[in-house]
Design a protein around this ligand. Structure first.
Ligand code: NAP
Length: 268
């Protein structure tokens, strides 16, 4: 049995994505959502072991809390300090993070990678996974621009190779950095359904060289104002759905402990 845990969890798209992939692979494995409140992880892990759960995905608010509860951690989970995929291997819990790898695969799939110079907007959990994974590709400078500058600084300190540079989030800084970049990735909540705030100014997009791309991690709505504005300027665009799909494919590879036909599953 496979699960996705969180609180809330019923909005999660994983119980749509994983069963479709499992069905396509001809595997008779269930994948169900399970509400686990903050603080409920130790009880859940005991329950899961006793009830035949062989793997689960984790969403808010558990990604960071899982770290000390794992027996072993994959490299990406260690780097990000967060876990989104957990497998049971010989009675031991193994934690991974597939968000960064999912983002990179989505960028490749959408023709937005490789890019030389990347502006990352935000320094939360998603930005951390994306920035640290892209830094390993060494695509030239990557700027992490965040409203709260200290969080951008903390994130960049996690990068051992010094590829990441913290920066401010004001329109002037964003325009200046975009003129040296080929890709912008929005990892903030700005423009998301239910978020009361929006980018005040999209003029930074004008500074991107032609042929550049804009990815928004948001997939509700399918096309944010940022993507509308980018498309109107002739830039390549990608919403958060491909990343969601690819991180799920990598999670399923961990669950099943084998390589899967990624492009075929992405179509499914
Ligand atoms: P998070 O940890 O809460 O981080 C939120 C980020 O947004 C922070 O950098 C925060 O800046 C910034 N922010 C929030 N409100 C802002 C505002 N009014 N002005 C400027 N910046 C603002 O959230 P997360 O988990 O990283 O998720 C971020 C987004 O990515 C969400 O929309 C989420 O749905 C999406 N996501 C998508 C995928 C996918 O697979 N497509 C995966 C994960 C996340 P401060 O530090 O200054 O507060």
């Amino acid at each position: 049995m496979l699960q996705v845990i969180g609180d809330p969890v019923l909005h999660s798209k994983s119980p749509l994505i994983h069963p479709a992939m499992l069905h396509h692979l001809g595997l008779d494995l269930s994948y169900t959502p399970q509400v686990v409140p903050k603080g409920g992880l130790p009880d859940y892990l005991a329950w899961a072991k006793a009830h035949g759960v062989t793997g689960f995905n984790a969403t808010m608010p558990h990604k960071e809390d899982l770290i000390p509860l794992m027996d072993t951690l994959g490299e990406d989970a260690v780097r990000c300090g967060a876990v989104n995929t957990v497998c049971l291997r010989d009675g031991a819990w193994v934690g991974h993070n597939t968000d960064g790898e999912g983002c990179l695969a989505a960028l490749h799939h959408q023709g937005l990678w490789p890019a030389r110079g990347v502006v990352i907007l935000g320094a939360g959990g998603a930005a951390k996974a994306v920035a640290l994974r892209l830094a390993r590709e060494n695509p030239g400078p990557i700027w992490v621009c965040n409203r709260t500058r200290s969080k951008a600084q903390q994130l960049c300190q996690l990068d051992p190779d010094g590829v990441l540079t913290p920066a401010d989030f004001d329109p002037g800084t964003l325009s200046h950095l975009c003129s040296q970049a080929q890709l912008v990735i929005n990892c903030t909540n700005l423009g998301m359904d239910g978020c009361p705030h929006q980018f005040e100014d999209f003029s930074f997009l004008d500074a991107l060289p032609s042929g550049s791309g804009v990815m928004d991690l948001i997939y509700h709505p399918a096309k944010t104002q940022l993507l509308h504005q980018a498309q109107a300027r002739g830039l390549g665009v990608c919403n958060g759905l491909p990343m969601l799909v690819y991180q799920a494919i990598f999670a399923l590879e961990y669950f099943l402990d084998r390589q899967l036909p990624g492009e075929e599953l992405a179509q499914v």
